[in-house]
Design a protein around this ligand. Structure first.
Ligand SMILES: *Cc1c(COP(=O)(O)O)cnc(C)c1O
Length: 397
C-alpha cells in the first residue's frame, strides 16, 4: 500500500517517473524486482515494531513488497488518488473491494451492462451472502434516486459500459451518491487514467483490470484499486491481506514497464480507433457503430466533457446479425479472434457467445448486447493494415 498524489509533472511524465525511487545500492534506473517472500528484521525489537505498524519496514510479501509498492504509488499518482493497492487480477480487485465494503443486508446499485464476471459475482453475493443488487441505467439523478434504497451502500459502474459503450456521467453520479452517503466505485479499465480520472470527478474508488491498457502488451493478468488512504488501508487490513490475492513482484515489474508507454500507446489507440469507427460507420454492411468519438454517438458531448480521448474500444452491429458476425470473425487475418482488450494487438470478439455468455439471454438483451454485436479492441498497428484487414473480412461476411 502506498500514498501521495502531489503531482507536479504531466501525466505522460508521471507514467514514467511516478512512484519510482532511486536504488541506493546500484543506482539502477529500472525498478528492481524484489523476488522474495520474506524480509529479515535487523533486530527483534524492529520486528515487533513492524508487526505493530509502528515502522514501515517490510515483513512478508503478502503484506507488502517494494516492487509492488512502486506500482501502487504510480497508479495512485496517475489517478489523482491518495493510495493504491495491487491484486492478482482485475476480478480480485473487484471482489476484494466489494467484500471489503459490503456486509449482508446491504444493497448494490450497478450499471446496466457489466463485465461478465462482475455480474456473476454480484449474483453470488446475492445468493450466498444476502447482499442484493439492482441494475440501472443511472442516466440521470432521477433514475438514481428511483433505484437507490435505504440500504444501498455502494454504486458500481463501468463507463464506457462493456461492450455497448454507453456512458455514465460520473460527476452527476458522485454528487448524487455522496448526498446519500453511498460509495461510488468505477471500473475504469476501458479508459485508463490517461483518458479518464473518476477520483477527480468525485468518485471514491477506481478499479482496473491492469491486464488491459495498463499492462498493454497482453502478457500479464493483474488488478489495481485506488482511493483515499483510509479506504485503501481498510481494504488492505480487512480483506486483501487475508484473501491473499496479491500481485507477484515480477508482474508488478511488467506493469511498471507497461505504464511507462501508457501515454504514447493511448494516443495511438485513440487515433487508430477514430479512423476505424469512421470506416465502419460508412460501410454498407455495418448497421450501427458504437464509439464515443463519433459525433453521431448519443452521448458525444458527455464523452468530450468527461474523457480526455475516446479510447480504443468499439462495438458494431452487422447487417447479417449473428451469422455475418461469426463469418467476419473467422475471416480476419491481422486482428486476433480473442477476448481481452487494450493490447497493442487488435482483438475482435463476439460478446453474446463469449465474454457475456454467462449472463442469461433476457438480461443480456436488457443490457443492449444483441446476438449480432461484435466488439473490437483497436491495437496500435499501422492503421492502413487494420483497415485493409477489416475490409477484406467484411467483404467475406
Ligand atoms: C477484463 C476486465 C475485468 C476483469 O479483469 P481480469 O484481469 O481479467 O480479472 C473487469 N472489468 C473489465 C471492464 C474488464 O475488461
Amino acid at each position: 500500500m502506498s500514498s501521495q498524489s502531489n503531482r507536479k509533472y504531466g501525466r505522460g511524465t508521471t507514467a514514467i517517473h511516478g512512484g519510482s525511487h532511486n536504488d541506493p545500492l546500484t543506482g539502477a534506473i529500472t525498478t528492481p524486482i524484489y523476488q522474495t517472500s520474506t524480509f529479515a528484521f535487523p533486530s527483534a525489537e524492529e520486528g515487533a515494531r513492524r508487526f505493530a505498524g509502528e515502522s514501515d519496514g517490510y515483513i512478508y510479501t503478502r503484506l507488502g513488497n517494494p516492487t509492488v509498492h512502486v506500482l501502487e504509488d504510480k497508479i495512485a499518482m496517475l489517478e489523482g488518488a491518495e493510495a493504491g493497492l495491487a491484486f492478482a487480477s482485475g476480478m480480485s480487485a473487484i471482489t476484494t473491494v466489494l467484500l471489503g465494503l459490503l456486509k449482508s443486508g446491504d444493497h448494490v446499485l450497478a450499471s446496466k451492462g457489466l463485465y461478465g464476471s462482475t455480474y456473476s459475482f454480484l449474483v453470488t453475493l446475492k445468493t450466498s451472502f444476502g447482499i442484493d443488487f439492482t441494475l440501472s441505467d443511472l442516466e440521470d439523478e432521477a433514475a438514481i434516486l428511483r433505484d437507490i434504497r435505504s440500504n444501498t451502500r455502494l454504486i458500481f459502474v463501468e463507463t464506457p459500459i462493456n461492450p455497448t459503450m454507453r456512458l455514465i456521467d460520473l460527476t452527476m453520479l458522485a454528487n448524487t451518491a455522496k448526498a446519500h452517503g453511498i460509495y461510488t466505485v468505477v471500473d475504469n479499465t476501458f479508459m485508463s487514467p490517461y483518458l479518464q480520472r473518476p477520483i477527480e470527478l468525485g468518485c471514491d474508488i477506481v478499479i482496473h483490470s491492469a491486464t488491459k491498457y495498463i499492462g498493454g502488451h497482453g502478457d500479464v493478468v493483474a488488478g489495481l484499486a485506488v482511493g483515499s488512504k483510509e479506504m485503501m488501508h481498510q481494504l488492505f487490513a480487512k480483506t486483501h491481506k487475508h484473501t491473499g490475492s496479491i500481485l507477484a513482484p515480477f508482474d508488478a515489474y511488467l506493469l511498471i514497464r507497461g505504464l511507462k508507454t501508457l501515454g504514447v500507446r493511448m494516443d495511438r489507440h485513440c487515433e487508430n480507433a477514430q479512423k476505424v469507427a469512421e470506416f465502419l460507420a460508412a460501410h454498407p454492411k455495418v448497421t450501427d457503430v458504437y464509439y464515443p468519438g463519433l459525433p453521431s454517438f448519443p452521448q458525444y458531448e458527455l464523452a468530450k466533457r468527461q474523457m480526455d480521448g475516446f479510447g480504443g474500444l468499439m462495438s458494431f452491429e452487422l447487417e447479417g446479425g449473428l451469422q455475418a458476425g461469426r463469418k467476419m470473425m473467422d475471416s480476419v487475418e491481422l486482428c486476433k479472434l480473442a477476448v481481452s482488450l487494450g493490447d497493442v494487438d487488435s482483438l475482435i470478439q463476439h460478446p453474446a457467445s463469449m465474454t457475456h455468455a454467462g449472463i442469461p439471454a433476457a438480461e443480456r438483451e436488457q443490457m443492449g448486447i444483441t446476438d449480432g454485436l461484435v466488439r473490437l479492441s483497436v491495437g496500435i498497428e499501422d492503421i492502413d493494415d487494420i483497415l485493409a484487414d477489416l475490409e477484406q473480412a467484411l467483404d467475406r461476411a
